[in-house]
Design a protein around this ligand. Structure first.
Ligand code: CDP
Ligand code: MG
Length: 136
């Protein structure tokens, strides 16, 4: 059963570099999300490795961690009814080329690695990821 949920969203370096953060935040707000907390940070590669630990055996892991730590990012707690799945839908497929029209990755993503946004994929991961960036 769906409920009011919180999910972790990241506006990734490729989007911040192109100054797209306000446009992307507007997408969330227009879709009914409330931004509960947000901060602009620049994480280290070690922190990126910790955050993306689930992917440590994947061939793209090293590049992914280099990339997420390559420049400033916006991390946000988004809240809404059914937030986790609805955010994944709003983001679109991992590869912007395969993402549906109207999704954030279709509109702003550059490539499968520079795909502009991250969103938690399950309730368990949302809790972990929120805790990772917002410990208080
Ligand atoms: O972000 P999402 O949950 O849609 O995808 P993922 O499978 O959890 O992968 C995490 C991130 O790794 C993606 O968002 C991409 O930035 C990156 N990735 C990549 O660079 N090359 C791939 N073949 C797959 C993912
Ligand atoms: Mg994922």
């Amino acid at each position: 059963m769906s409920d009011v949920e919180q999910t972790l969203s990241i506006i990734k370096p490729d989007a911040v570099e192109r100054d797209l953060q306000n446009k992307i935040k507007d997408e969330f707000i227009k879709s009914g999300f409330t931004i509960i907390k947000e901060k602009k940070i620049h994480i280290t590669k070690i922190e990126a490795e910790e955050f993306y630990k689930v992917h440590q055996t994947k061939p793209f892991y090293n590049d992914l961690c280099e990339y997420l730590s390559s420049g400033p990012i916006f991390v946000m707690i988004l809240e809404k009814f059914n937030a986790i799945l609805d955010n994944r839908e709003l983001m679109g497929a991992t590869d912007p080329k395969k993402a549906d029209e109207g999704t954030i990755r279709k509109k702003y993503g550059v490539s499968i690695d520079k795909n502009s946004v991250h969103g938690s994929d399950s309730s368990e991961n949302a809790k972990k990821e929120i805790q990772f960036f917002f410990k208080d």
